[in-house]
Write a protein that binds this ligand. Structure first.
Ligand code: DX5
Ligand code: ZN
Length: 226
């Protein structure tokens, strides 16, 4: 089986919230997924956008949505994002008492199911849950704010998850989120990540679509190395 091609997901957290539709269209044709950070001012101190905004934005672009829920009580809210047409809905393991059952509900609602692991959470206790998920998001910063510095120590978790997925023949996208840029994406790819969220590196660029293509090129080369 050949390795899947890398997914690059620009995070609209770094976009201009007054022009979200335009900012989404600026990466159309280049981005694989659009990463949408939902924060509730409880699970994380920051507050961003919720379901009504995601519903409106869904109608404004063709890019599949990768919704990253940094919220408490995901069981209550996550299926709504699947119903709104999100391609992938990711919730945090730290916020969920029954991740496998919520993953089932998300899949039943037509979305891929994603599990997120924050900076201070180790991966080992959750490896056995991975067959129930399509994506695993490993934070390479502390969840809550964009523009933080990439933490290379988090790549040990990526490597452990990739080993586990390979050994179990799981079809699992491993996504890294936080501080991903031209300088950091290759090491994440080498550790076993194959989906890459990038906020600042895409939306602070002169040409966001070109920034996405450049990141994908670097990741693809790193993933192709033996
Ligand atoms: C932060 C969010 C990230 C954020 C990444 O908690 O989950 O998706 O947008 O931003 P950068 O790429 O700027 O680190
Ligand atoms: Zn995110």
């Amino acid at each position: 089986m050949s390795a899947p091609s890398p997914v690059v997901a620009p995070s609209i957290l770094a976009a201009d919230f007054a022009r979200l539709a335009e900012e989404a269209r600026a990466v159309e044709g280049a981005a694989d997924w659009l990463h949408v950070d939902v924060m509730d001012n409880h699970f994380v101190p920051n507050l961003t956008i919720g379901l009504p905004v995601v519903q409106s934005l869904r109608a404004a672009t063709t890019i599949p949505f990768d919704v990253h829920l940094m919220i408490e009580d995901p069981r209550r809210w996550a299926p709504g994002y699947a119903d709104a047409g999100a391609y992938n809905v990711t919730f945090h393991v730290e916020a969920s008492d029954d991740p496998v059952s919520l993953a089932k509900d998300l899949r039943a609602a037509g979305a891929k199911a994603g599990l997120a692991i924050d900076r201070d959470t180790s991966i080992e206790p959750y490896l056995d849950l991975l067959p129930s998920f399509d994506t695993l998001l490993i934070m390479t910063i502390k969840a809550g704010f964009g523009g933080q510095k990439f933490l290379p120590a988090m790549l040990d978790k990526v490597a452990a998850a990739r080993r586990h997925a390979r050994a179990g023949h799981l079809e699992l996208r491993i996504e890294v989120d936080g501080g991903i840029a031209e300088e950091t994406i290759a090491q994440a790819a080498e550790a076993g990540a194959d989906a890459f969220v990038a906020g600042t590196a895409v939306y602070s660029a002169q040409d966001p679509a070109e920034a996405v293509r450049k990141l994908r090129g670097i990741a693809a080369r790193a993933m192709a190395e033996p």
